[in-house]
Every structure is written in structure tokens, then in C-alpha cells.
Design a protein around this ligand. Sequence first.
Ligand SMILES: CC[C@H](C(=O)O)C(=O)SCCNC(=O)CCNC(=O)[C@H](O)C(C)(C)COP(=O)(O)OP(=O)(O)OC[C@H]1O[C@@H](n2cnc3c(N)ncnc32)[C@H](O)[C@@H]1OP(=O)(O)O
Length: 304
Amino acid sequence: MALFAASRNTMNKTSHAVFKFLRHGRGACSSTSPSSESEFREKLRAFPGGSIDLVKRESGIAVLTVNNPARMNAFSGGMMLELEERITELEAWSEGKGLILQGAAGTFCSGSDLNAVRAISNPQDGMKMCLFMQNSLTRLLRLPLISVALVEGMALGGGAELTTACDFRLMTAGGVIQFVHKHMGLVPGWGGAARLVRIVGSQDALKLLAGAKKVDLDFGKQIGLVDDVLGPLAGEGTALQEAEQWLNQFTKGPAAVIRAAKRVVVSGRELPLVEALRTERDVFGTVWGGPANLEALARKSKHK
Ligand SMILES: CC[C@H](C(=O)O)C(=O)SCCNC(=O)CCNC(=O)[C@H](O)C(C)(C)COP(=O)(O)OP(=O)(O)OC[C@H]1O[C@@H](n2cnc3c(N)ncnc32)[C@H](O)[C@@H]1OP(=O)(O)O
């Protein structure tokens, strides 16, 4: 027991460094100089409207809502800043196990607010916005929480990119994910292309980006962009409740173990093999001999 505790302490120190790397290191893009970063934040603040709402439940599942229904939940500048704040809050939530990302009022998100986009359409601001959102969405995907994008209605442009920053995508009837970037003379810039290739492979990613193809339930399931379909289960609760039930199959159990599972998957996905193996050892050290492990050993579990 003492040996386990001692090894856990040593591992925890190493793990801390590794997790810091995973949170802020390679791939989580650093921005430009601090002064130009704060100028850019001021610019984003000049485009208010909507909000990003966070509710953390006792079950260990949080719900993050993109809330700007008058504009089909488009991202204003203020919402980009709020998203970053909410992610920081979630990074500090040590009891958390799962996250549902949804849009308000029955639709997901129509991408950037075109009014803000028009005002920052110069290359310098475009690059800063791209870095800012890449950083936030990389941190979102790396959270030690099993995350689900609940796609009701439309997920367009940046909204489609946002769905790829979750571990899973659930869709209700009539839902559509569409990378409309081509129609805007663009490609994704919030990290959506890089993540899409990892989810559906390069052939289908190219079809979705170069063809701006609409992904509905059937097509989404076929290419593996949509993990499951929700409802319509009249009388059995809302899509959010259904999503919570779906997520519960992965979040049941002690937070330390669920969070460790997500961490080894993040490192396996992002790091070269030798580094991923090292991280896996570190994470293993955080659960080996831990309360859940010792309880299971005492129970003499049979996994039938
Ligand atoms: C390309 C990448 C990118 C980035 O990297 O920044 C972006 O995300 S750019 C934005 C890409 N998204 C779009 O271009 C969506 C444009 N909107 C639409 O195609 C439609 O509005 C649609 C399909 C979302 C909904 O159509 P529907 O007929 O159901 O409703 P309305 O068009 O009447 O929309 C209601 C209301 O919402 C406003 N709206 C919708 N999307 C946006 C947006 N992205 N930015 C700002 N405002 C948006 C729309 O103008 C209507 O407002 P109203 O005052 O009633 O005219």
C-alpha cells in the first residue's frame, strides 16, 4: 500500500508536467505578442451579443451551451472570449467526467457571426482569430472529460468545426453538419480540417471540404462523423436528456479513472508513440493502487 502511494506521488509529479504540456504545449497554438493579443481581445469585445453558458452538474457532466438564437447561435467576438473563459473553468473542474456541447433553441451553431467577420476580414485579424479559436478548440478537445457535441438543427462553417472538437457527435432527426467554407471562399481555420481528417479519414474529409457536402444522419453515420442518432422518443425526454443518458455509459464510475481514460486517448492520438507510451505510464501511475483499483482487487471482480 505504502509502495503504491509513494509511486503514485512520484508519478503525479511527472504527470503534472505531461498534462501541462497536453494543455498548453505542442499543438495548442500560442498567439502573437502579448500587446497584440490584448489588442485583438479588445477587437473581439467590440462585437458583443450572445453568451456561452456553462452548467456543471453533480453527476460530473457539464453542459456548455452556445447561446445566440437570434443569429442561429453564430459566434460573436464576445462569445469567442467567453468560450475561452469557460474552457479555463472546465480545466480546473477536478470532479468533472463528461461534457455536452449544444446550441440553444434547437439548433447547433451557424459559425462565426458574419457581422464580426466582415469587420475583421483583413489578413492580420483573420490570422489572429484563427489562432485564438484553434487554441480554444484544441484545449476543448484535450479536456480530461468525455465530450459530446449534440447536433440539433444546423452546424455550419465554424459550427461544423466546433463539432469536431468533441470526442463524439450525436445528432437528432433533421440535423445537418456542413463545412460551408468553400462557399465562403475559405477553408476551415479553427482546426476543423485537421480534426476532421482524423475522424473520417482524408478521402471523406476532402469530399466534405471540397464539395461542401451536407452531412445528415445517414451520411454522417456512414462516414463515421456521427456516432449515434437521438430520438425521436416522444415522452422520453429532451435531446439533452437523451445525450446525457448516452454519455452516462462512459462516465459511470470514479472520476479519476474516467479522466485517466481520456488522458491516455488524448496522448495516444496526439503524441509520437514513445512519448505516448511514457504518458500512458504516467497516467497509469495515477490510478494504480488508487481507491478504485484497491476496491476492485478487494472485490475479486469477475467481468462477466
Ligand atoms: C466559413 C468559416 C467561418 C469562419 O472561419 O469564421 C464561418 O463560420 S463564417 C459563417 C458561416 N456560416 C454561414 O455563412 C451561415 C449563414 N447563414 C445561413 O446560411 C442561414 O442564416 C442559416 C442556414 C443558418 C439559417 O437559415 P434560416 O432561413 O433558417 O434563418 P435566417 O437566415 O433567417 O437566419 C436567422 C437570423 O440569423 C442570422 N444569422 C444566421 N447565421 C448567421 C451568421 N453566421 N452570422 C450572423 N448572423 C447569422 C440571419 O442573418 C438572420 O438574422 P435576421 O436579422 O433575421 O436577418
